[in-house]
Design a protein around this ligand. Structure first.
Ligand SMILES: [Mn+2]
Length: 459
């Protein structure tokens, strides 16, 4: 039961100020603009001016894995350099494989992590393999982490070797078998020749993913801090988009303000394609072409999350594009909100996502009245209430696992009345605590009144 870092609730007024909204003009405090939430101290020696590695956190994860496996050889590849001329005109937006990142926090291409668990309470050994540096290539790619003392210092892994020696070291390890060989067997390693050779060489090869996926379910303090940053950035993007929205605006214009807000506040990228669906599109769950022109009276479903430090937020707000809900829209909205609140109050250690889902549907059924016509509204709640959140927007892990402190999940009820072109989804991210759950985005207005107030206070 790891103590959770306290939330740093950012007051709405401060957020509006940060956005240059009305509070800024009222208070007129002559202060330098605050640094973006996602601001960080680059480490010039790391690829892409990388972020510092929490060496204690990753070492603890590696120790936990070694302890859990007892005996065995673990080999984890990093993502590869992308094919510059063939696949991409510019080599950009490299994203590390999540399994490699989880145990290293390095955004380094073409690396390998080798761990040997010897059992018997020994610490085991860990070797990081990095490609040798090539100064002429670095004119194109920028500085790369190489197999040297810098890498030892920044990664916190005492033994760093060149990838040239990986096969030799691996043969040495496998000659006196230390137990099964664990490899991440998933789409990221499907084309990995070394993985294929090991898998077909007749050794006892097992998939590392189920073990790592279960570890990733409970977030450590470093992961929670990353998630909180991603959520805080996302909230600012949502606020900016809602404040900019007006009838006649195209969905992609709203998307531009939203994603501009993410990037302005330091997001690395979007966690998934942003959904900005207005009017009829508000009822299409994964609508992401965002090409319609909004009309007065539309509701807009905006489902978007920023990624920061490999972790993503997942937030949905539904708002009236003209700033005022109709009575009908408000009634549907308020029911969805009440369902989300009921689900939040049911979220606590020991319960399961399945039980939360049922509690949410029961609540919606019991409180539908005649709002959705002959059927109760849960007939129009056509997706799941929740999913895990982390490095993947639909994060890994067994969905039947009872909740434990440190797990992060979404709560996202919705009602979609296609005939009325009226869709409402409200989605926030929560972390399970010792006694219940905590909202990760309390600063973002959630009530119909709060959203109207925000939109009507726009500049
Ligand atoms: Mn979601």
């Amino acid at each position: 039961m790891r103590p959770l870092a306290p939330v740093a609730p950012v007051a709405l007024a401060a957020l509006v100020t940060a956005l240059g909204g009305p509070a800024a003009t009222q208070t007129r405090v002559a202060a330098a603009p605050p640094a973006p939430i996602g601001a960080w101290h680059p480490v010039p020696e790391l690829p892409g001016m990388g972020r510092p590695v929490d060496t204690a956190a990753v070492a603890a994860r590696r120790r936990a894995l070694l302890a859990r496996l007892g005996r065995g050889v673990i080999l984890i590849p990093a993502a590869h350099e992308r094919q510059l001329e063939r696949d991409y005109i510019q080599d950009n937006d490299f994203r590390q494989h999540n399994t490699f990142f989880y145990f290293t926090e390095l955004e380094t291409q073409d690396a390998w992590l080798l761990m040997v668990a010897r059992g018997g309470g020994e610490a085991g050994e860990t070797v990081l393999f990095l490609p040798p540096r090539d100064p002429s290539r670095e004119r194109w790619t920028g500085v790369r982490l190489g197999p040297d003392s810098t890498a030892v210092r920044l990664s916190g892994i005492p033994r760093v070797l060149s990838t040239d020696s990986l096969d030799r070291v691996l043969r040495g390890v496998l000659v006196r078998p230390a137990g099964p060989v664990y490899l991440p067997l998933d789409p990221t390693t499907r084309d990995e020749e070394r993985v294929r050779e090991l898998a077909f060489a007749g050794s006892d090869v097992r998939n590392l993913r189920p073990v790592v996926d279960s570890m990733r379910l409970v977030k450590d303090a470093d992961e929670l801090a990353r998630l909180r940053t991603a959520v805080a950035i996302s909230a600012l993007g949502h606020l900016a988009a809602m404040q900019a929205a007006h009838p006649g605006m195209w969905e992609y214009e709203i998307e531009a303000v939203l994603e501009g807000g993410f990037r302005r506040h330091g997001a690395d990228r979007v966690g998934y394609p942003s959904i900005v669906g207005s009017g009829p599109n508000s009822t299409t769950l994964h609508y992401d072409v965002n090409r319609r022109q909004t009309q007065d009276g539309d509701l807009v479903v905006m489902d978007a999350g920023a990624e920061w430090g490999q972790y993503t937020a997942d937030i949905t707000r539904t708002f009236p594009v003209n700033g005022t809900f109709t009575a009908r829209q408000k009634a549907v909205y308020d029911l969805v909100l009440a369902v989300q609140q009921a689900a939040f109050e049911a979220t606590r250690p020991g319960t399961t996502i399945d039980q939360l889902n049922r509690a949410a549907r029961d609540y919606m059924r019991a409180h539908s009245g005649s709002l959705c016509g002959e059927q109760t509204c849960d007939a129009y709640f056509i997706h799941g209430l929740s999913h895990w959140l982390g490095m993947d927007v639909h994060d890994v892990g067994d969905y039947s696992t009872p909740l434990k402190p440190g797990m992060v999940l979404t709560l996202e009820p919705g009602i979609y009345l296609a005939q009325e072109k009226l869709g409402v989804r409200i989605e926030d991210d929560v972390v399970v605590t010792a006694t219940g759950a905590q909202w990760l985005s309390p600063q973002l207005p959630r009530t119909s009144d709060g959203i109207e107030h925000l939109m009507q206070a726009r500049p």
